[in-house]
Design a binder for this molecule. Structure first.
Ligand code: UD1
Length: 423
């Protein structure tokens, strides 16, 4: 179905001012699912109010939990959980619903989770998840499109991942903290959101060593307890805002609440491209453009490499840089769909397999375009801010999956952006 909501952006006007980064969606989602591991009341601070979070909460509610926002605290009460089947209507909206597989196995000993379908950025299979959970002693079968997991007794094991997959590592952490004995996860993901989940589980009573390294050691516990925890800032949202000054001659903005340590690689790229970055305080940076931008090469890879979730936004920046830039996407096979939209706006980008070749600088011209996924949508917003005249972005529901208050934040910086929704 065609989307009803669209953004209209009158571009070309430099943005100025300050913007504050919200909590990380990709940390909030595993944290919400982890509340199944110990029945009780949880208080999560700094949870972004974005669509994916609300879908995750709707699933929890369906299973029997209660939740409410009290100012900036999300209270979740899982003491009344009685169901273990995740409904397709909710699960299909979000691939991260696969996190319920590990959480239900660990917390309830069983679960039924719809097998995620493909999505616009690629096939995204779940074989690593299934292999790891099976090695911990769970039985998983596919029944009518659902993954049915039975895990009455999980037992620690050595798990060697084929690839340091983020949600696989998260699922295996959630299952292994309640497994009997010791688990070792090798070739584990090192993403800050994985470390965050591990820290939450430690607070809940788990024994975990090696978070943020490629081997994680877990000693299983019989019982965990509910906790209070603050979600880390969203490094992808931060990186998206940090690109903005580069889109304008003499552009300059201040970004607050930046998780600087999680963004070393993208920050280094911004410097290479020619932006000036000044530290205002520990978590606040002033980003400025002085003069022409330089082309560069970007390879996406697992943390601490350049994040695939910032690749489309940086591509927009590189349309403004002098010379030829090359982006190689190593994680998802279909993550260049936005390129065709950018080219309609006047960009000069060629895609060859996993590589995009960007020739710049090109001046962008407003046009109707369509978001193909969350980060592609964010890239089109950036392109719209930079382009002459009006850009209309369709399918913005995809952008709302992961950016909290994007319109207000951009308006505060002086952008002319409006949301139109047809009834
Ligand atoms: C997470 C993030 C997503 C980000 C991605 C990569 C969440 C909720 N989502 O997604 O925003 O873009 O990390 O940083 O945190 N793979 C398999 N089999 C599996 C699992 C993964 O082949 O069972 C492959 C994938 O197709 C992909 C690679 O492994 O090529 C890495 O994907 P993965 O780290 O699992 O991404 P997600 O956890 O889905």
């Amino acid at each position: 179905m065609e989307s009803m909501k669209k953004y209209l952006i009158k571009g070309g006007k430099p943005l100025r001012g300050e913007v504050k980064v919200s909590g990380a969606k990709n940390a909030a989602l595993p944290a919400i699912s982890a509340t199944l591991l110990a029945k009780g009341t949880y208080r999560l601070k700094n949870v972004p109010r974005v669509r994916d979070v609300f879908v995750m909460l709707s699933i929890l509610e369906y299973l029997g939990a209660k939740w409410e926002f009290e100012k900036d605290i999300l209270k979740i009460d899982t003491s009344g959980i009685f169901k273990t089947e995740v409904p397709y209507e909710l699960a299909h909206q979000m691939r991260a619903s696969i996190l319920f597989l590990g959480a239900l196995a660990g917390g309830m000993g069983e679960g039924r989770v719809p097998m995620p379908g493909g999505c616009a950025i690629g096939k995204r299979p779940v074989d690593f998840h299934l292999k790891g959970l099976s090695l911990l002693g769970a039985e998983v079968i596919l029944d009518h499109g659902d993954l049915v997991i039975k895990a009455p007794k999980l037992k620690g094991a050595t798990l060697i991942l084929d690839f340091p997959s983020v949600t696989t590592t998260e699922n295996l952490l959630m299952a292994s903290v309640v497994s009997e004995g010791e688990t070792v996860i090798k070739n584990a993901a090192r993403e800050p959101e994985v470390v965050f989940l591990g820290e939450m589980l430690k607070k809940m009573g788990a024994e975990i060593k090696g978070l943020g390294e490629d081997t994680i050691y877990i000693k299983g516990k019989k019982r965990l307890k509910s906790v209070e925890i603050e979600i880390i800032p969203d490094r992808i949202e931060a990186g998206t805002f940090m690109v903005i000054p580069g889109l304008f001659e003499e552009g300059e903005i201040i970004v607050k609440n930046i998780p600087v340590h999680y963004l070393e690689t993208p920050i280094q790229k911004l410097v290479e491209i020619g932006l000036k970055i000044e530290k205002v305080d520990k978590e606040t940076l002033k980003i400025k453009r002085v003069g022409a931008l330089k082309s560069t090469k970007i390879f996406t890879s697992p943390f601490p490499g350049f994040p695939t979730d910032l690749q489309p936004q940086f591509a927009v920046l590189l349309t403004q840089a002098e010379g030829i830039s090359i982006i190689t996407e190593n994680l998802f096979e279909n993550r260049f769909l936005y390129v065709f939209e950018l080219n309609r706006m006047g960009a000069d980008i060629k895609v060859e397999n996993r590589t995009a070749i960007i020739r710049g600088p090109t001046s962008l011209e407003g046009s109707p375009v369509k978001a193909t996924d969350l980060r592609a949508g964010a890239a089109l917003v950036l392109a719209g801010l930079c382009a002459k005249n009006t850009t209309t972005i369709y399918n913005v529901e995809l952008i709302e999956r992961g950016y909290e208050n994007l319109i207000d934040k951009l308006k505060n910086l002086g952008a002319e952006i409006t949301l139109e929704s047809k009834k």
